[in-house]
Design a protein around this ligand. Structure first.
Ligand SMILES: [Zn+2]
Length: 405
C-alpha cells in the first residue's frame, strides 16, 4: 500500500490519505511503522497531502509497471558498444583533466591564471570521477562490459567515502527505500528537517547554516554517513538496525580511505611539486571544495525540491513493481540543461529516470525521459522538472521553510 506524505505545503493534522491500487482510502494519521529519527513521537504530527493537491492521482500500478518495464526493455536492447565507448571516452577525458589540472597548478607561479585554470580542470576531473564515472559504474551500469576496472566491484573513486560503504548506504538503502521516512537516511541526512515527518527541534532554526557546512564538507559527510547512522561514535543505536559490519571495521575503512585522500591531495602531490608546494596544496583544497559544492547541489536538487514527496515505512511492505516505480518517480526531481551540464551531473539531472532505472547506463536517461514523462502524464503523476535555478531555489526554500515549526 502506498501512502504519500506531502512535505512541502501541508500543515500538521491534515488527514492522511492512503492510496491503494485502484482507489483511495482515508485512514488515520498513525500508520507509520517506523523507525526514523523520532518517528514514534512524531506520528501524531504527521501530515499528508491529498493526491489532488499534489497534482497526482492514483495510477493504475500494474499498467504503470508494464509501460515503464517496456521502456527499460527497449533501451536495454540498445545498450552495447556505443555505451562502452562512451564511458571509456569519459574516463580518458577525466584523466586528461586531472593531469592538466595537476600540472597547471604548479605553473601558477608563472601566471596566476594558469593556477585558476588548473583548479577548474582538477575540479572537473573530480566531478567526472564522482558523478559520471564513480556513481554510475558503482551502480553496476557497466558491469555487462566485463571490464576488469570498469565494474561495480573494482571501482574506487576519488572521494573520502569508501566505495563499499557507498554501495551499502546509497545503492542499496537509498535506492531501495527512497524517501521512506526512517528507512532512507539520505532524506535530510539526519541533519536537516525537510518535512513535517520530523519533529521540529531548536537546532532546526539554524539548519540553513548546517546545510551550507554540509555542502562545503560534502565528501566527508558522505563518508561519515554510515557511521553516523550506526552511531559508531555518538548516540544510542536504533533497535531496528542490523549491523552489516562491525564498528571496528567501519572505523578502519573510514580512516583508511579518508587518510589516503588526505595524503594524496595535501601531502604527496604538494611534496612532488617541491617549491610549488603551496600552489598545489591550495589548488587541491579549492578543487575539492568546488566538487563538494557541485555534487551536493545536484543531489539536493534531485531529492529535496518542494514537490518531492515522502512515504511511510509500510510502503515497502508488499510493494508491487508499479508502486515501487510510483514512489521512485515522486521521490525524485530532474533538472533541465544542456549536454555538458548533464554529463557533469553524471546524468543525475535525470534523477527520476535514475531512480526508476538505476542500472541502465546514465547517458541513456535523456532518451528515456520523454517517454517516462508521457507515461507519468497518462497516469496523472507529477513529473518534477525545471531549470537549475528554479529547482535550486525550491530546495533552499524547503530548507528554510522547515527551519520553523
Ligand atoms: Zn544512485
Amino acid at each position: 500500500m502506498i501512502t504519500t506524505i506531502n512535505t512541502d505545503t501541508v500543515k500538521p493534522s491534515t488527514v492522511n490519505k492512503s492510496i491503494v491500487n485502484k482507489g483511495q482510502v482515508f485512514k488515520g494519521s498513525n500508520n507509520h511503522l517506523n523507525s526514523g529519527e523520532n518517528a514514534n513521537e512524531q506520528a501524531s504530527q504527521r501530515a499528508s497531502i491529498s493526491t489532488e493537491s499534489s497534482n497526482t492521482k492514483v495510477p493504475n500500478y500494474s499498467k504503470l509497471a508494464t509501460q515503464l518495464d517496456a521502456v527499460k526493455t527497449d533501451i536495454k536492447s540498445k545498450i552495447g558498444s556505443e555505451d562502452a565507448a562512451y564511458i571509456r571516452r569519459v574516463i580518458l577525458a577525466q584523466r586528461a583533466c586531472e593531469w592538466t589540472g595537476r600540472i597547471l597548478l604548479m605553473l601558477g607561479f608563472i601566471q596566476p591564471l594558469l593556477w585558476v585554470v588548473g583548479v577548474l580542470s582538477l575540479a572537473t576531473a573530480k566531478i567526472l570521477d564522482n558523478m559520471e564515472i564513480g556513481h554510475n559504474v558503482m551502480h553496476g551500469q557497466y558491469d555487462w562490459m566485463n571490464d576488469k576496472h570498469i565494474n561495480s566491484k573494482a571501482y574506487e573513486w576519488d572521494i573520502a567515502c569508501d566505495g563499499s560503504s557507498w554501495n551499502r548506504v546509497h545503492n542499496y538503502e537509498h535506492h531501495t527505500y527512497t524517501n521512506i521516512i526512517g528507512k532512507d537516511r539520505d532524506f535530510g541526512y539526519g541533519l536537516l528537517r525537510l518535512s513535517n515527518d520530523f519533529r521540529w527541534r531548536v537546532k532546526n532554526l539554524w539548519q540553513f547554516i548546517t546545510y551550507v557546512m554540509l555542502s562545503v564538507m560534502f565528501q566527508w559527510g558522505v563518508s561519515y554517513h554510515e557511521m553516523a547512522a550506526e552511531r559508531v561514535f555518538f548516540g544510542k543505536k536504533k533497535d531496528n538496525r542490523k549491523n552489516q559490519l562491525s564498528h571496528a571495521e567501519l572505523k578502519r575503512r573510514f580512516f583508511s580511505k579518508g587518510a589516503r585522500q588526505l595524503v594524496k591531495d595535501y601531502v604527496l602531490f604538494p611534496l612532488l611539486a617541491g617549491p610549488f608546494f603551496l600552489y598545489v596544496f591550495t589548488g587541491n583544497l579549492v578543487a575539492n571544495l568546488l566538487r563538494n559544492l557541485w555534487t551536493s547541489t545536484i543531489i539536493f536538487c534531485g531529492h529535496f525540491t518542494g514537490d518531492v514527496q515522502t512515504f511511510s515505512a509500510e510502503d515497502c511492505i508488499d510493494e508491487t513493481q508499479g508502486q515501487w516505480y510510483y514512489r521512485q518517480g515522486l521521490g525524485s526531481s530532474n533538472i533541465k540543461g544542456g549536454k555538458l551540464f548533464h554529463v557533469l551531473t553524471g546524468h543525475l539531472s535525470f534523477q527520476i529516470e535514475h531512480h526508476l532505472f538505476p542500472d541502465i547506463p546514465a547517458r541513456r536517461y535523456k532518451e528515456m525521459a520523454p517517454r517516462v514523462q508521457a507515461i507519468f502524464k497518462e497516469h496523472g503523476m507529477h513529473y518534477n522538472t525545471g531549470g537549475f535555478f528554479k529547482q535550486y531555489a525550491s530546495v533552499l526554500k524547503r530548507i528554510v521553510r522547515y527551519s520553523f515549526p
